[in-house]
Design a protein around this ligand. Structure first.
Ligand SMILES: *Cc1c(COP(=O)(O)O)cnc(C)c1O
Length: 225
Protein backbone atom coordinates (compact mmCIF):
# COMPACT_ATOMS: atom_id res chain seq x y z
CA UNK A 1 0.00 0.00 0.00
CA UNK A 2 1.10 3.55 -0.73
CA UNK A 3 0.80 6.07 2.10
CA UNK A 4 -1.54 8.81 0.92
CA UNK A 5 -0.37 11.56 3.26
CA UNK A 6 3.25 11.02 2.19
CA UNK A 7 2.12 11.06 -1.45
CA UNK A 8 0.21 14.31 -0.85
CA UNK A 9 3.26 15.94 0.74
CA UNK A 10 5.35 15.32 -2.37
CA UNK A 11 2.61 16.61 -4.62
CA UNK A 12 2.20 19.79 -2.57
CA UNK A 13 5.93 20.37 -2.44
CA UNK A 14 6.22 20.02 -6.22
CA UNK A 15 3.15 22.19 -6.79
CA UNK A 16 4.69 25.02 -4.77
CA UNK A 17 7.48 25.02 -7.40
CA UNK A 18 5.05 24.62 -10.33
CA UNK A 19 6.55 21.21 -10.95
CA UNK A 20 4.95 17.99 -12.14
CA UNK A 21 5.56 14.74 -10.29
CA UNK A 22 6.22 11.71 -12.47
CA UNK A 23 5.63 8.67 -10.26
CA UNK A 24 8.34 6.20 -11.24
CA UNK A 25 6.58 2.86 -11.12
CA UNK A 26 9.28 0.51 -12.43
CA UNK A 27 9.20 -2.81 -10.54
CA UNK A 28 6.12 -1.65 -8.64
CA UNK A 29 2.93 -3.72 -8.65
CA UNK A 30 -0.22 -2.76 -10.56
CA UNK A 31 -2.14 -2.36 -7.27
CA UNK A 32 0.07 0.50 -6.12
CA UNK A 33 -0.21 2.27 -9.48
CA UNK A 34 -3.98 1.91 -9.29
CA UNK A 35 -3.99 3.49 -5.86
CA UNK A 36 -2.28 6.62 -7.14
CA UNK A 37 -4.54 6.60 -10.16
CA UNK A 38 -7.58 6.66 -7.90
CA UNK A 39 -6.15 9.69 -6.11
CA UNK A 40 -6.04 11.42 -9.48
CA UNK A 41 -2.43 10.78 -10.44
CA UNK A 42 -1.85 10.39 -14.19
CA UNK A 43 1.89 10.73 -14.87
CA UNK A 44 3.88 7.53 -14.43
CA UNK A 45 7.43 6.69 -15.50
CA UNK A 46 8.93 3.37 -16.57
CA UNK A 47 12.44 2.27 -17.60
CA UNK A 48 11.84 -0.98 -19.46
CA UNK A 49 9.86 -1.40 -22.68
CA UNK A 50 8.37 -4.83 -21.94
CA UNK A 51 7.28 -3.85 -18.43
CA UNK A 52 5.78 -0.62 -19.76
CA UNK A 53 3.84 -2.37 -22.53
CA UNK A 54 2.50 -4.94 -20.05
CA UNK A 55 1.37 -2.22 -17.65
CA UNK A 56 -0.10 -0.09 -20.43
CA UNK A 57 -2.32 -3.00 -21.42
CA UNK A 58 -3.55 -3.62 -17.88
CA UNK A 59 -4.13 -0.05 -16.72
CA UNK A 60 -6.52 2.81 -17.61
CA UNK A 61 -5.80 4.36 -21.00
CA UNK A 62 -5.73 7.96 -19.82
CA UNK A 63 -2.48 7.39 -17.93
CA UNK A 64 0.34 9.52 -19.33
CA UNK A 65 3.31 7.20 -19.61
CA UNK A 66 6.84 8.61 -19.50
CA UNK A 67 9.76 6.57 -20.74
CA UNK A 68 12.81 7.39 -18.63
CA UNK A 69 15.27 4.53 -19.22
CA UNK A 70 17.77 3.78 -21.94
CA UNK A 71 15.77 3.16 -25.12
CA UNK A 72 17.03 0.87 -27.86
CA UNK A 73 16.08 1.93 -31.35
CA UNK A 74 14.56 -1.43 -32.28
CA UNK A 75 12.09 -1.12 -29.38
CA UNK A 76 10.67 2.32 -30.14
CA UNK A 77 7.91 0.77 -32.25
CA UNK A 78 6.39 -0.98 -29.21
CA UNK A 79 5.76 2.23 -27.28
CA UNK A 80 5.19 4.65 -30.17
CA UNK A 81 1.40 4.08 -30.30
CA UNK A 82 0.79 5.39 -26.79
CA UNK A 83 3.84 6.96 -25.12
CA UNK A 84 3.26 10.44 -23.66
CA UNK A 85 6.86 11.65 -23.25
CA UNK A 86 10.17 9.97 -24.03
CA UNK A 87 12.58 11.61 -21.59
CA UNK A 88 15.72 9.73 -22.48
CA UNK A 89 16.66 10.64 -26.06
CA UNK A 90 20.44 10.44 -26.22
CA UNK A 91 21.27 10.26 -29.93
CA UNK A 92 20.24 11.67 -33.29
CA UNK A 93 19.58 8.14 -34.57
CA UNK A 94 17.14 7.50 -31.75
CA UNK A 95 15.40 10.81 -32.42
CA UNK A 96 15.05 9.83 -36.10
CA UNK A 97 13.63 6.44 -35.21
CA UNK A 98 11.07 8.02 -32.87
CA UNK A 99 10.08 10.43 -35.64
CA UNK A 100 9.62 7.52 -38.07
CA UNK A 101 7.54 5.42 -35.66
CA UNK A 102 5.45 8.43 -34.65
CA UNK A 103 4.67 9.08 -38.31
CA UNK A 104 3.60 5.47 -38.79
CA UNK A 105 1.17 5.96 -35.90
CA UNK A 106 -0.03 9.36 -37.13
CA UNK A 107 1.26 10.96 -33.98
CA UNK A 108 3.60 13.66 -32.81
CA UNK A 109 5.68 12.32 -29.94
CA UNK A 110 7.05 14.67 -27.30
CA UNK A 111 10.63 14.02 -26.20
CA UNK A 112 13.30 15.34 -23.88
CA UNK A 113 17.01 15.17 -24.61
CA UNK A 114 18.90 13.43 -21.85
CA UNK A 115 22.06 15.28 -20.88
CA UNK A 116 24.76 14.95 -18.27
CA UNK A 117 27.05 17.57 -16.90
CA UNK A 118 28.99 15.56 -14.28
CA UNK A 119 32.73 14.99 -14.34
CA UNK A 120 32.91 11.33 -15.24
CA UNK A 121 31.73 10.03 -18.58
CA UNK A 122 28.55 8.14 -17.77
CA UNK A 123 27.05 5.54 -20.04
CA UNK A 124 23.98 7.50 -21.09
CA UNK A 125 23.12 11.03 -21.97
CA UNK A 126 24.59 13.69 -24.22
CA UNK A 127 27.45 15.90 -23.13
CA UNK A 128 27.37 19.58 -24.03
CA UNK A 129 29.13 19.12 -27.39
CA UNK A 130 26.97 16.17 -28.41
CA UNK A 131 23.88 18.14 -27.47
CA UNK A 132 24.95 21.07 -29.61
CA UNK A 133 25.69 18.73 -32.55
CA UNK A 134 22.30 17.05 -32.28
CA UNK A 135 20.44 20.35 -32.10
CA UNK A 136 22.36 21.76 -35.05
CA UNK A 137 21.55 18.79 -37.29
CA UNK A 138 17.94 18.81 -36.10
CA UNK A 139 17.68 22.51 -36.87
CA UNK A 140 19.08 21.98 -40.38
CA UNK A 141 16.68 19.10 -41.10
CA UNK A 142 13.68 20.43 -39.20
CA UNK A 143 11.21 19.96 -42.04
CA UNK A 144 11.75 16.18 -41.92
CA UNK A 145 11.14 16.04 -38.19
CA UNK A 146 7.44 16.84 -38.13
CA UNK A 147 6.57 13.94 -35.84
CA UNK A 148 8.78 14.64 -32.84
CA UNK A 149 8.68 17.68 -30.66
CA UNK A 150 11.66 18.47 -28.43
CA UNK A 151 10.10 19.76 -25.22
CA UNK A 152 13.20 20.19 -23.07
CA UNK A 153 15.86 18.21 -21.25
CA UNK A 154 16.20 15.50 -18.65
CA UNK A 155 19.23 15.12 -16.44
CA UNK A 156 20.55 13.25 -13.45
CA UNK A 157 23.06 14.54 -10.96
CA UNK A 158 26.11 12.49 -10.00
CA UNK A 159 25.35 9.87 -7.39
CA UNK A 160 27.03 11.42 -4.38
CA UNK A 161 26.23 12.70 -0.90
CA UNK A 162 27.97 15.97 -1.64
CA UNK A 163 25.11 18.44 -1.77
CA UNK A 164 27.25 21.17 -3.31
CA UNK A 165 28.12 18.97 -6.27
CA UNK A 166 24.49 18.00 -6.77
CA UNK A 167 23.30 21.58 -6.55
CA UNK A 168 26.03 22.80 -8.93
CA UNK A 169 25.13 20.16 -11.51
CA UNK A 170 21.41 20.99 -11.39
CA UNK A 171 22.29 24.63 -11.73
CA UNK A 172 24.41 23.84 -14.81
CA UNK A 173 21.57 21.86 -16.35
CA UNK A 174 19.23 24.78 -15.79
CA UNK A 175 21.75 27.00 -17.62
CA UNK A 176 21.98 24.52 -20.52
CA UNK A 177 18.18 24.52 -20.71
CA UNK A 178 18.04 28.33 -20.88
CA UNK A 179 20.79 28.50 -23.50
CA UNK A 180 19.09 25.88 -25.65
CA UNK A 181 15.87 27.80 -25.45
CA UNK A 182 17.55 31.02 -26.56
CA UNK A 183 19.61 29.48 -29.33
CA UNK A 184 17.21 26.99 -30.83
CA UNK A 185 13.68 27.31 -29.48
CA UNK A 186 13.09 30.99 -28.75
CA UNK A 187 10.21 31.13 -31.23
CA UNK A 188 8.40 28.17 -29.69
CA UNK A 189 6.15 28.08 -26.64
CA UNK A 190 6.48 24.41 -26.02
CA UNK A 191 10.12 24.12 -25.15
CA UNK A 192 9.26 24.13 -21.48
CA UNK A 193 10.24 20.98 -19.58
CA UNK A 194 13.27 20.69 -17.32
CA UNK A 195 13.09 17.20 -15.82
CA UNK A 196 15.54 16.78 -12.97
CA UNK A 197 15.44 15.38 -9.47
CA UNK A 198 14.65 11.96 -8.06
CA UNK A 199 13.88 10.75 -4.53
CA UNK A 200 17.31 11.49 -3.11
CA UNK A 201 17.89 14.91 -4.66
CA UNK A 202 14.56 16.43 -5.76
CA UNK A 203 14.69 19.26 -3.19
CA UNK A 204 17.91 20.57 -4.70
CA UNK A 205 16.51 20.06 -8.20
CA UNK A 206 13.40 22.12 -7.40
CA UNK A 207 15.57 24.86 -5.88
CA UNK A 208 17.57 24.93 -9.11
CA UNK A 209 14.71 25.33 -11.56
CA UNK A 210 13.32 21.86 -12.16
CA UNK A 211 9.68 21.72 -13.23
CA UNK A 212 9.41 17.93 -13.40
CA UNK A 213 10.64 15.53 -10.72
CA UNK A 214 10.77 11.75 -11.11
CA UNK A 215 9.96 10.12 -7.78
CA UNK A 216 10.02 6.37 -7.31
CA UNK A 217 11.02 4.87 -3.97
CA UNK A 218 10.02 7.92 -1.94
CA UNK A 219 6.39 7.56 -3.03
CA UNK A 220 6.06 3.83 -3.60
CA UNK A 221 8.56 2.41 -1.13
CA UNK A 222 11.45 0.22 -2.12
CA UNK A 223 11.31 -1.61 -5.44
CA UNK A 224 11.13 -5.36 -5.64
CA UNK A 225 14.14 -6.35 -7.69
C1 LIG B 1 14.51 4.88 -11.27
C2 LIG B 1 14.63 6.26 -11.78
C3 LIG B 1 14.09 7.35 -11.05
C4 LIG B 1 13.44 7.21 -9.69
O1 LIG B 1 14.38 6.85 -8.71
P1 LIG B 1 14.02 6.94 -7.15
O2 LIG B 1 15.34 7.07 -6.51
O3 LIG B 1 13.33 5.68 -6.81
O4 LIG B 1 13.17 8.13 -6.95
C5 LIG B 1 14.18 8.61 -11.62
N1 LIG B 1 14.76 8.82 -12.80
C6 LIG B 1 15.29 7.81 -13.52
C7 LIG B 1 15.91 8.11 -14.84
C8 LIG B 1 15.25 6.51 -13.02
O5 LIG B 1 15.80 5.51 -13.73
Amino acid sequence: MVNQSIYNQYIEQAKSHNATVVAVSKFQPIEKINQLYEWGHRDFGENYVQELVDKYQLLPKDIQWHFIGHLQRNKVKYIAPFIHLIQSVDSFKLLSEINKCAEQNNRVIDVLLQIYVGEEDTKYGLNTNELLDLLTIHEAQKSSFQHVRIRGIMGMATLTNDEQTISREFNEMDAVFSNMKQQFFFAENNFDILSMGMSSDYVSALDNGSNMVRLGSSIFGNRKI
